[in-house]
Design a protein around this ligand. Structure first.
Ligand SMILES: *[C@@H]1O[C@H](CO)[C@@H](O)[C@H](O)[C@H]1NC(C)=O
Ligand SMILES: *[C@@H]1O[C@H](CO)[C@@H](O)[C@H](O)[C@H]1NC(C)=O
Ligand SMILES: *[C@@H]1O[C@H](CO)[C@@H](O)[C@H](O)[C@H]1NC(C)=O
Ligand SMILES: *[C@@H]1O[C@H](CO)[C@@H](O)[C@H](O)[C@H]1NC(C)=O
Length: 354
């Protein structure tokens, strides 16, 4: 039993050592220059710097070496043989395409660790405009808005956010790998309706710089663009029924109200040669049976037809009949009364005479 466990332990040890040997071989053959194999620690491991801003990165080692330093097109640190930490420091970084690396010479060999640097610049301006169009928009038509971001870097970390009022309506990103500042344009297609009249569009350029970047992503916003939407008149059909009843001798006032942009002009067409330019119309029994309200603006003309029906007024007739009936009944009563009264008085008279 003891012999068996010894054998197993030996086997595990052999496999373990074989694995270590293999990984050593792997690193020395394949990944000779990889950071993992280089006894250097760069801190921080990557930097995000504002253009013209300061930067400072330490490179340290814990082994004996024959020299270490920083190679960079700005702020290079000459090789030093007696220190274990070298610092790459630039007070105003103005080199867009910089690739600093820290190097160390040991065991008759040199290895390096590259520091990824992102240099950003917030845009000089962000502006919004309409493409090939000026002035009010028409409901239902398509328009293109454009957001111009001037002089921003790096483009691949730029996001353009489109807002309508406070609502984010679209976002665009850019894939350029260029590190120097560029001008970028984002476009948005809109098809406004009447509810969008007076809406505010604006765009915002945001730099997404990750954890190493500023705590709040830098943002630059455009001025708002107020849009005016023109639309044809809509007549309020609740306020203007299609049939109007007028009792003879009376008048009815009807109202034609229409919504539209620009504000529609309202007119009533009573016959081919008679037009009333007013929102309200007073109907009498001499008004034609068929008339229509016309609401007009520069976009469209809307018409609503109204049928007028005149109803004879029966009230005087009914009142006359009631009066007649009352008169007749009263006369009957008067007649009965007088006949009866006369009779009894005549009776008395006769009695006295007797
Ligand atoms: C960006 O646009 C501005 C103004 O139109 C121009 O002066 C500048 O040269 C442009 N920059 C680039 C990188 O094209
Ligand atoms: C910048 O954008 C690229 C591409 O989207 C991304 O890989 C990179 O991490 C970003 N840089 C930072 C510092 O966030
Ligand atoms: C039409 O008029 C009615 C009654 O005054 C009103 O309640 C309604 O809001 C109006 N409709 C429109 C679309 O203005
Ligand atoms: C409607 O208004 C436009 C201008 O706003 C005008 O040119 C047109 O003649 C008007 N049409 C009618 C039928 O009133």
């Amino acid at each position: 039993m003891k012999k068996g466990s010894f054998c197993l332990a030996t086997f595990i040890r052999i496999v373990y050592m074989w694995l270590i040997g293999f990984s050593f071989l792997y690193f020395s053959l394949v990944a000779d220059s990889a950071a993992d194999g280089c006894p250097l620690q760069v801190n921080p491991q990557r930097v995000v710097v504002k253009y013209g801003g300061p930067v400072s990165v330490d490179c340290s080692t814990s082994i004996q070496h024959t020299g270490m330093g920083w190679e960079a097109s700005e702020g290079a640190v000459p090789m030093s043989t007696d220190s274990l930490v070298v610092t790459w420091r630039v007070s105003e970084l103005t080199e867009w395409d910089i690739t600093p690396y820290c190097f160390i010479n040991h065991n008759m060999d040199q290895c390096t660790v590259t520091l990824p640097v992102t240099i950003y610049k917030t845009p000089d301006s962000v502006s919004i405009s309409t493409v090939n169009h000026n002035g009010p928009m028409k409901e239902g038509n398509q328009y293109e808005l454009q957001c111009d971001v001037l002089n921003v870097a790096p483009a691949q970390n730029l996001t353009v956010n489109w807002y309508k009022g406070q609502t984010l309506v679209n976002q665009s990103i850019f894939t350029d790998t260029i590190k120097t500042p560029v001008n970028k344009t984002s476009k948005l297609l809109i098809r406004p309706d009447r509810a969008d009249d007076g809406a505010q569009y604006w765009c915002e350029a945001e730099l997404e710089l990750g954890e190493e970047g500023p705590r709040l992503p830098p943002k630059v916003t455009s001025d708002p663009l107020n849009i005016t939407v023109y639309f044809g008149p809509i007549i309020n059909e609740t306020k203007l029924p299609s049939k109007v009843l007028v009792v003879r001798g009376y008048t009815v006032v009807i109202v034609c109200e229409a919504e539209g942009n620009p504000t529609p002009t309202i007119s009533w067409n009573l016959s081919t040669n008679y037009t009333v330019n007013n929102k309200t119309l007073t109907i009498t029994d001499s008004t034609p049976e068929d008339l229509h309200c016309i609401a007009n603006n520069s976009v469209n003309t809307t018409i609503r037809y109204v049928k007028v029906s005149i109803q004879d007024n029966y009230v005087p007739i009914i009142v006359g009949i009631i009066i007649a009936v009352v008169l007749v009944i009263s006369m009957i009563f008067i007649y009965i009364y007088f006949t009866y009264y006369k009779k009894t008085r005549m009776g008395h008279y006769i009695l006295r005479k007797l």
